[in-house]
Design a binder for this molecule. Structure first.
Ligand code: PBG
Ligand code: ZN
Length: 332
């Protein structure tokens, strides 16, 4: 017989009470942000094939949707707009009566500061090219600096509608500084910027592109999104956003990028958000639909791991479902 182990870690796992006392990571509805797709001109909700449970909703239903999130203890929603028409300049993104702007005004009117309204700042749903920035003169590439100027106008139009946190996702160089300066110049010094700082070129966005109708018409997004092979480059993106005055940085996607979430948390003194993207959602939904895993348990485990890695905020399509499950009070 070997000598008895000096350290018996199982002593700490003997009861529910003991495990509860020693829990190192606790997930709460207040960690979550609920994405909402608002569709211009729609008079009813439509489902999204590869994202069962997610819906595109009419603008007029946004306040009720946000209210349902707030009732579950979710502190924020993130608005994505689907416009009726697109053009080369993506001008719909900054329309004062655009879906995002009207939804934001409706939510703030109904709920005020009971909920934080975040909005995606990008052009890809609005450009005929489906790209996040504006096409260059040759029409084959994406021009950085004119895109940045357009994004700054989008952010100001959203702030004007009542958005609390603008969230640029276009991965253009200098977008945070330009947006910060434009907001300040327009009198919106209190509006925060949560940048998609390290947004990777990922296969996991495919379901979202169907939902938001924003797939690129030519090429792909590899000239602006970060290669998932390059962690130093990802941290350089985060660092430059911090230097440009960002309030919250984001790593995207989340589950396959926990190393980067942990590193951003260690390296920078700003809150870190993680975006658990549509493909992460679809994978769990597809497996659960086949009975291959228990959805509620898998979701809790995945979201807990993202928080454990260091995320202060998690954007997830599971937000409502996860918050409702937490209210149900199952012991973990
Ligand atoms: C576009 C955008 C994308 C997502 C959020 N904003 C997709 C893309 O870059 O093609 C992905 C979100 C998701 O997959 O859940 N700016
Ligand atoms: Zn985009």
């Amino acid at each position: 017989m070997p000598p008895p182990p000096a350290r018996r870690l199982r002593r700490l796992r003997r009861s529910e009470a003991m495990r509860g006392m020693l829990r190192e990571t606790a997930l709460s509805p207040s960690d979550l942000v609920c994405p909402i797709f608002v569709q211009e001109g729609a008079d009813s909700r439509t489902g999204v094939g590869p994202m069962p449970g997610a819906e595109r909703i009419p603008v007029g239903e946004a306040a009720a949707e946000a209210g349902a999130a707030a009732d579950l203890g979710i502190p924020a929603v993130m608005l994505f707009g689907i416009p009726k028409s697109k053009d080369e300049a993506g001008s719909g993104a900054r329309a004062a009566d655009g879906a995002v702007q009207r939804a934001a005004a409706g939510i703030k009117g109904a709920l005020g500061d009971r909920i934080v309204v975040m909005a995606d700042v990008c052009l890809c749903q609005y450009t005929s090219s489906g790209h996040c920035g504006l096409a260059d003169a040759g029409g084959r590439g994406i021009d950085n600096d004119s895109s940045v100027a357009a994004l700054a106008e989008v952010a100001v139009s959203q702030a004007d509608a009542g958005v609390d946190v603008v969230s640029p996702s276009a991965m253009m160089d200098g977008q945070v500084a330009a947006i910060r300066a434009a907001l300040d110049g327009a009198g919106f010094g209190g509006v925060a910027v949560m940048s998609h700082s390290a947004k990777h070129r990922s296969s996991l966005y495919a379901p979202f592109r169907g939902a938001a109708e924003c797939a690129p018409r030519f090429g792909d997004r590899s000239t602006y999104q970060v290669p998932y092979t390059n962690p130093r480059e990802a941290m350089a993106e985060v660092r430059s956003d911090v230097e440009e005055g960002v309030d919250i940085v984001m790593i995207k996607p989340a589950l396959a990028y926990l190393d980067l979430i942990a590193e951003a948390r260690r390296s920078f003194g700003v809150p870190v958000a993680a975006y658990s993207v549509s493909g992460e959602y679809a994978m769990v939904k597809a497996a659960a639909a086949r009975g291959w895993l228990r959805e509620e348990d898998a979701v809790h485990e995945i979201l807990s791991s993202i928080k454990r890695a260091g995320a202060d905020v998690i954007v997830t399509y599971f937000a409502m479902e996860a918050a409702a499950a937490m209210a149900g009070g199952k012991r973990r």
